[in-house]
Each structure stands twice: as C-alpha cells, then as structure tokens.
Design a protein around this ligand. Structure first.
Ligand code: FAD
Length: 460
C-alpha cells in the first residue's frame, strides 16, 4: 500500500481521526465471528485509518478526501452487523458516524434523526413524547439508526409494523455521494429502498426519517411449555391474535434456554420458552391464551420491575441475542436465517425439526409481512464443517423453507439485493466504486456501464 496515511490524516483535519493500530483494528470488526466461515475469511481484514466526523459537512469532507486519493471508504455505526458488512476488505478509511447523533425532529408519527444516533437514545427521546420506534433491533443500545437502515432488516416491533422495507416504515433518508464535491441526495418512500440494506455501498447516509407509533406500557413476559411444538403453536396463536397486540413473540427451545443463566431464578427449568412483549391492556387476554395453549406464565414485568429485578430486557433473549447468549458460553455455535413457508403449520415445523438432527436447535421469531403473520427460524447450529452446514440448508429447502444465508459477506447473499437497480444508484452515488469495495458479487461486472444501462439489466 503506497498510501501515505499520515498525509491523509492531515488532509482530513479538522475531522477527528484515530490512527492507533489497535483501535483501528478494533473498528475493523463487527459480529461476523457468529459465523465460523466468515470468521476465517474476515478476521485478518483491517482498515488503515478511522475518521469520526461530527457533522454532515465533516462527513462530506472525509468522502472528498477519499475520492481525491482513490481510497476505499467503509461507513461504520455501532459495528454490530453479523455478516462483516462493516469490515474493510481492501483496507482504507473507516468513517465512524457515532458523532453525528442529533435527534432533529419529533412529529406526529415520525422522527427525523442523524445517521449516527443510537436507537436506544432515539427511543428514549420518543417515549418522553408519547411515541416509540415502529421497530428496532435487539442491539439498540450500541447500534445506530444509519447502520440499521443500511445493514438491518427487522426487529422488535416487526410483529406489529412489518419489516423495515415495507411501505411507510422508512419514510425518507438523505445520503452523500462520493465525488470531488459530495452531494446530498434525498430518497423518499420506495426510492429509499435502493440505499436500505445496501451495506453502505450506495452512499453515506446522513439523515433518516422513520415512522413512529404511539408508545404503550409494555410488559415483558415469559411463558414455558412442555414441548417445543406447543411453545411454537402458542407463539403463532399469540402473534396472530390482533386484539392482544404483542410487538415481540419468540419461541426458544429448552436446550437453548439452558444457556440463559440470568433467567435461572425467574423461569421454570428445562422447559421451552415463549418470550413476548405484551401491552398492559392485553395482559389478561395473554394469560388466557397461554393457559389455553397448555403453558405457564413464569414472568410478567413492567420495565421498572424488570430493572429492579436486575434483569435485561426480555428481547435480549430473542432475535440474534439468543445466538449471542449461547456464543458467550461456547464459540462452536453458529446460526442460520430460515423462512418458514407457512407459519400456521406447527406440524410442518416439527417435521423439519425431526429431519435436522441433534446439531440444530430451534428458535423462531414471529413477524408480520404484508399484513400476514410469518415465522423466521434462527436455529442454533453446532458447527462441524461447511459441508454439514450446507446439508442443513438443503434439508430446510427440501421442506419448503427459504434460506437467507448468514454466512456470506456479499450483499446479494442474504436475499434482499438480488436486483441491479440498487447498483445503478451505486454508480450515481459512488462512480469510482470506493464505498465498501468487495461486498457486491456483481458490481465488478457492471461498473463499466452507465447508471441507466445498469438499471436496464433488471428489465432484460
Ligand atoms: P454497523 O454494523 O456499523 O453497519 C452495518 C452496515 O451499515 C455496514 O455495511 C455499514 O457500512 C453500513 N453503514 C453504517 N452506517 C452507515 C451510514 N451512515 N451510511 C451508509 N452505510 C452505513 N439486525 C436486525 O435487523 N434485527 C435484529 O433484531 C438484530 N438483532 C441483532 C442481535 C445481535 C446480538 C447482533 C450482534 C446483531 C443483530 N442485528 C439485528 C444486526 C445489527 O445489530 C443491526 O442491523 C444494527 O442495526 C446495525 O447497526 P450498527 O450501527 O451496528 O451498524
């Protein structure tokens, strides 16, 4: 590498830079180590320098310097992504956005924020005004809204409000191009999807406007069951009962729950766990439903009660936090992202479970897509070889399930960016291809075309 990083650091002034090697290395990592495959591929990939802009003008300056020097740029929020989205594959400048964290506007049903704001801070500000985010990931304490929009897909609240990409959730965003003079573009409604989940390839997000919903008194609940089948069926019934209005329903099998030491004195041992966030006014109906489904309610706490009991949020036993709890004890665990073809069919879920074998432990999240209750399977997989992992994928596929691979660092791999249109936007926003290079499998094939030609590929 012939780049004079000292000179780049000086050109970045007055933007704060971090050049201490150990800190740069730390900021070159995310949670890719959930995957042993990604871990082997990415653990030696590091950036060269970190810039920490405080304003969009400072961010624009970072992008202009990178453009002039032809150096790769990787945007970074909290660095909590699971696919190495924020790992620089070809070195270069890491731009950490956490200094751009102002909450700009709270209005009727929306919030407008800078990209580096932490979601827990956004929620805190919203709740004080009677609102909350329509959805947020379980990493809200350390993850930024820009990182969620660029790298995430759904979360707590998606049972009520759908995935982030569904109409109305992501109202608008602004992003800077990487040019000699970076320009800020506004993307509204459907257009914003060209930047959403594009892993920072298609522009540097400066500002996001999101849907908010009236906040409610949420009760963190845990119920336990004798069989996983009953637990799953109760989860589906609860998720579908619109009158109760849960924003989170997760089913976790007993062997995984064995890895949740913090719950030891709070829930019955060796039973399958249903985690739910239930609005206070839905609690009676929740109790009735759980009893009718053969479960026992072990825990039902308001947020102050939870804090007094020294317990984390119930959602820290849901979504990918479930995997994290297991990984804390044993690094040989990993996971996969599976779509269940018919969430209402508990028998079919039991059938695939039986076909999988002892190295796959079950965990399902319920959400709503296009108004319909769906289930995502995020199983714990005890990793042996990549061949076995792919065999597990095939068993799922043979049972009609979809696999959204969690073990690839290509943006096309997870299933959301299979089109060319977003790369047409990349061409417009980042003509030199400096943003997060190496993360698109097909960009190198189309980068010589102009943006309209790339867009036309989708119509062929
Ligand atoms: P980062 O990891 O820093 O970045 C993610 C991607 O966005 C990178 O490609 C980065 O280059 C890009 N990026 C960051 N900021 C910008 C910007 N301003 N402009 C352009 N690109 C940018 N995800 C979910 O969707 N739902 C979940 O429920 C969920 N649960 C999780 C639980 C655990 C325990 C873990 C480890 C991860 C989980 N994730 C989940 C993944 C991740 O935490 C979220 O997607 C999170 O919102 C990412 O935010 P971040 O600030 O950490 O982003």
């Amino acid at each position: 590498d012939a780049t004079d990083w000292g000179a780049i650091a000086r050109q970045l002034a007055p933007v704060e830079v971090i050049d201490e090697a150990v800190l740069v290395k730390k900021r070159s990592r995310d949670f890719f180590w959930y995957s042993p495959i990604l871990n082997a591929q990415l653990k030696r990939s590091f950036g060269d320098l970190v810039a920490v802009p405080k304003t969009r003008e400072e961010l624009a300056h970072c992008l202009a310097v990178a453009h002039a020097a032809d150096i790769p740029v990787v945007l970074r929020g909290g660095g909590t992504g699971n696919y190495g989205q924020a790992v620089p594959l070809r070195g270069g400048l890491i731009v950490e956005t956490t200094g751009m964290n102002r909450i700009l506007e709270i209005g009727e049903g929306f919030v407008r924020v800078e990209a580096g704001a932490l979601m827990a801070d956004i929620n805190r500000a919203l709740i004080a005004e009677g609102w909350e985010m329509a959805m947020f990931p379980s990493t809200q304490d350390i993850a930024t809204i820009g990182g969620f929009v660029a790298g995430g897909s759904a979360g707590i609240g998606s049972l009520s409000n759908g995935a982030l990409r569904e109409p109305g959730n992501l109202i608008a965003l602004k992003a800077l191009s990487v040019e000699a003079e970076p320009k800020e573009h506004l993307f509204e409604g459907e257009e914003a999807l060209q930047i959403h989940h594009a892993w920072g390839l298609n522009g540097a997000i400066t500002e996001v406007t999101l849907k908010t919903v009236p906040t409610r008194d949420w009760i963190g609940c845990m119920a336990t069951f004798d069989t996983y089948r009953d637990c799953y069926a109760a989860g589906y019934a609860l998720a579908s009962r619109a009158g109760i209005g849960c924003k989170l329903v997760s089913a976790v099998e007993a062997r995984i729950v064995g890895y949740f030491p913090r719950l030891k004195d709070h829930i019955r041992a060796d039973r399958h766990l249903l985690v739910a966030l239930v609005p206070a006014e839905g609690l009676e109906a929740f109790r009735g439903l759980i009893a009718a489904q053969g479960g026992e309610i072990d825990l039902a706490m308001t947020d102050p009660e939870r804090v007094a009991a020294g317990l984390p949020h119930v959602f820290e036993f849901a979504y990918n936090h479930t995997t994290l709890q297991v990984l804390k004890a044993d690094r040989s665990a990993t996971y996969q992202q599976i779509g269940v073809p018919d969430a209402s069919d508990a028998e079919a879920v039991a059938r695939v479970e039986a076909a999988l074998g002892e190295d796959v432990w079950q965990h399902h999240e319920f959400a709503r897509l296009d108004g319909k209750v769906v289930a995502f399977n995020l199983p714990i997989i005890w990793f042996s070889t990549e061949e076995r992992l792919r065999e597990i994928d095939d068993i799922y596929r043979a049972h009609g399930h979809s696999v959204w691979d969690a073990h690839t660092f290509h943006v096309e791999g997870g299933g959301l960016k299979g089109n060319y249109r977003h790369l047409a936007w990349k061409k417009r926003m980042d003509p030199k291809g400096l943003l997060n290079p190496g993360k698109s499998r097909v960009w190198e094939d189309v980068r010589h075309l102009d943006a309209d030609e790339i867009e036309a590929l989708d119509r062929d």
